[in-house]
Design a binder for this molecule. Structure first.
Ligand SMILES: Nc1nc2c(ncn2[C@@H]2O[C@H](COP(=O)(O)OP(=O)(O)OP(=O)(O)O)[C@@H](O)[C@H]2O)c(=O)[nH]1
Ligand SMILES: [Mg+2]
Length: 420
């Protein structure tokens, strides 16, 4: 049996920008043609799309590297290079994407069809045609395209549903899911029949709601003892829990004790015990069940208890009435707040030095590629340049070294005024 995969680590790279071209117009009988090198094409983006047809991250076990196409180089006659194709990656709805190194949430693929650019392709470099001025008629240089880096991301599937089913193994969670939705989960008379979360949509009195069924919890599941721990992730993003209890007390079980145990698991997992909960006393078609009902009501401590039989359907409409009424009052689930994620704006591997009073130097590989990427004739580009230096800590470091407004900062072959 294929195992369920709800976490994966992948490596992604957007396309490099194509290089600008150095070229001069050549024609018979025309001496000294002007510069006509075209711009490089933009690199392709890495794009994520949420797809409700997907339910696991299994594919990402087999393929862990994804790369968008590079932009093509510019060429003569001011021809721009072709832009690189985007790489579109489809993920299940509910996939949370984190940058591995920082753990920051880069995207929460919350809605079906949602489309997010995770990594932007590098800009193409300007060809030499762009650098011709009155005093520089034959520029013999062009800019290289921006080269992008590989980045590691963690994908985590966190199911989004209105209702989550929890309970001991064999309590009848999957039977209830099958009773109220079109889902056809495996149902059998042994614990741990369900090994992967199931999702279905229930309709009741004109209202639809999504229901998530997870494997049964056992004692100390929250410490990883059973199957349950990692699966609780799949009921975290629900608004209401249905706590399914086998009320028959078969095989010497005590329904009230089972109920307390599962709630203790939810508490230990963190955060789930405060989730609104309806108690489902299941298997009421069995004669033993009646006798356990009072004990279960006491254990429920005021939470509403619904006697039902997933097998016969008895009591199910009343339960669904209560679910619909509860959902009406509960707030919608919100996507996880995304954090600033702008890899192209962080530089590593640079060094700042004080040369003498009023003169500072910053150097390093990443500075060189930053300089290559900037178009100094363009206001936006200069702004971006300054933001990048700031975000990377370069400005702070210079200030630490004593730099003041108006001092000179040397970067590669260029000199700038220090601006805070
Ligand atoms: N008599 C009776 N049997 C039921 C009822 N609901 C479920 N069952 C039986 O109880 C057994 C377990 O049912 P499941 O729906 O697989 O239970 P589960 O909680 O999903 O179990 P796990 O997936 O192992 O956690 C099956 O044999 C079902 O037929 C019910 O209302 N009455
Ligand atoms: Mg089940």
């Amino acid at each position: 049996m294929a195992s369920f995969v709800d976490r994966a680590v992948i490596r992604l790279k957007a396309g490099d920008g194509g290089n600008g071209s150095v070229s001069f117009h050549r024609e018979k009988f025309v001496p000294n043609g002007g510069p006509d090198g075209g711009d490089g094409g933009r690199g392709g983006d890495i794009v994520l799309v949420a797809d409700h047809n997907l339910h696991t991250l299994m594919d990402f076990r087999y393929q862990t590297k994804y790369q968008a196409e590079n932009g093509a180089a510019g060429s003569s006659a001011k021809r721009s290079g072709k832009a690189g194709e985007d790489r579109v990656i489809r993920v299940p709805v509910g996939t949370v994407v984190k940058e591995k190194e920082s753990g920051r949430v880069a995207a929460d693929m919350f809605k079906d069809g949602e489309r997010r650019v995770l990594l932007h392709g590098g800009r193409g470099g300007h060809g030499n045609a762009r650098f011709a001025t009155a005093t520089r008629q034959a520029p013999s240089f062009a800019k290289p395209g921006v080269k992008t880096q590989w980045h590691e991301f963690v994908l985590e599937l966190r199911t989004i549903a209105d209702v989550g089913l929890v309970g001991f193994p064999n309590a009848g969670k999957s039977s209830l899911l099958a009773r109220i939705t079109a889902a056809r989960p495996k149902i059998a008379d042994y614990p741990f029949t369900t090994l992967t979360p199931n999702l279905g949509v229930a309709w009741h009195k004109g209202k639809g709601f999504a229901v998530a069924d997870i494997p049964g919890l056992i004692e100390r599941a929250s410490e990883g003892a059973g199957l349950g721990f990692s699966f609780l992730r799949h009921v975290e993003r629900t608004r209401l829990l249905l706590h399914v209890v086998d009320a028959s007390g078969q095989e010497g079980r005590d329904p009230a004790a089972d109920f307390r145990t599962v709630n203790e698991e939810l508490r230990r997992y963190g955060g789930l015990d405060g989730r609104p909960q309806l108690v489902v006393a299941n298997k009421m078609d069995l004669p033993e069940s009646r006798g356990h009902l009072d004990g279960l009501v006491r254990a429920a401590e005021g939470r509403p208890v619904f006697p039902v039989s997933a097998a016969t359907g008895e009591g199910v409409p009343e339960l669904l009435d209560a679910v619909v009424a509860a959902l009406d009052t509960l707030p919608e689930i919100q996507p996880i707040q995304e954090e600033l994620w702008a890899p192209q704006e962080r530089l590593t591997g640079w060094e700042a030095r004080k040369e003498k009073d009023g003169l500072y130097e910053v150097s390093g590989m990443s500075m060189d590629s930053l300089l290559d990427a900037v178009n100094f004739d363009d206001y936006e580009s200069l702004n971006w340049f300054h933001r990048t230096l700031k975000a990377s800590g370069v400005i702070d470091r210079l200030r630490e070294l004593g730099a003041r407004e108006g001092d000179t900062v040397r970067l590669g072959e260029m000199e700038f005024d220090f601006i805070e």
